[in-house]
Design a binder for this molecule. Sequence first.
Ligand SMILES: N[C@@H](CCC(=O)N[C@@H](CS)C(=O)NCC(=O)O)C(=O)O
Length: 301
Amino acid sequence: MSKTTAEKTAYSPDKVWTWNKDVGGKFASINRPTAGASHEKALPVGKHPLQLYSLGTPNGVKVTVLLEELLELGMIDAEYDAWLINIQEGEQFSSGFVEANPNSKIPVLVDNSTNPPTRVFESGAIMLYLAEKFNAFIPETHAQRTECLNWLFWNIGAVPFLGGGFGHFYAYAPEKLEYPIERYTMEVKRQLDLLDQHLADNRYLCGDEYSIADMVNMAWYGSLVMGKLYEAAEFLDASIYKNVIRWTEDIQQRPAVKRGQRVNRVWGAENHQLAERHDASDFDKDPAEILKQVIARKLGK
Ligand SMILES: N[C@@H](CCC(=O)N[C@@H](CS)C(=O)NCC(=O)O)C(=O)O
């Protein structure tokens, strides 16, 4: 007789939680129950007004796509340095990083064109900050702007169920557990169905205009249906979300999206990587050479 999920899970929580460092899983070595810096180290600063400290995960890609879109429109004040933060090595806990983002998560932006410099953390806040600063990729009318913000904030609330819930238990947890995978798969499929229904009547998430709402959701749900996230497209039967796929294929044609998705990416196909971006010409350079230089700098060579 097969065991119920409750019988299979022998774990019962202690009365008071204590830190078990041997819990396992991909992030066990960096997770900890306290906030703040773990070591002294300043962040590097480059020549451009905007300094981005990030990694090419979906949350990081949101911002690099927006910056590349702004540059595509000819807005040279959006020039930026994108520095690689290796979260597996705990670089998000350096004193410099924590000063910019006390929450110790990528992405974080420092705008040195303001006096004093402005720190912006949380990907949603960064997207809104840049869209407002450059008055682009956010609708002008109050009603449409509100609809854009609906889908922007929806993303910030929904993604933890996809990443922290589904992705964590489906791809990263040390063992496959039925209960959390079932729970989060249900929610992720509901989210995909919601997007699919909305995109049946809308070219983009807030109507006819491509906006920051599309960028933040493309980074997660577009990647998911393309099979680039958690290798879960088949499991989620992603091909049924036809409108999400049409929206994804449309947006993926954009040159700025192609460039932005490479920045701070150090895995996957080499021609889709660019460890750091400090100049538009970096996209034409050898990604392996750039990675070598970044590693040498981090090692203090
Ligand atoms: N709500 C945050 C989430 C950012 C986030 O979770 N970043 C992850 C990578 S995608 C991270 O830095 N993780 C490092 C850690 O948890 O220590 C945002 O949207 O900016």
